[in-house]
Design a binder for this molecule. Sequence first.
Ligand SMILES: [Zn+2]
Length: 78
Amino acid sequence: MNKKYIELLEILCCPQCKSDLEFIEKYLFNENTEDELLKKIKGKEISGYKCSKCKILFPIIEEIPVFLIDKTIKLENG
Ligand SMILES: [Zn+2]
């Protein structure tokens, strides 16, 4: 099920710092947000791509990986 997303790792990098990304299968997004797109995943367990260097997660929303800097989820623990 997640195979296609994992395969993408080979060609993707962080658009901000160009580092390699890590696939995160389950992340519970539960922050308050005014962003219409991020509201769709609030309280839900999602998958995404993590950049350890930037400490951000690029979420997969409705099966679409979103690589927009202003739609990322900040990770407190890196
Ligand atoms: Zn980065």
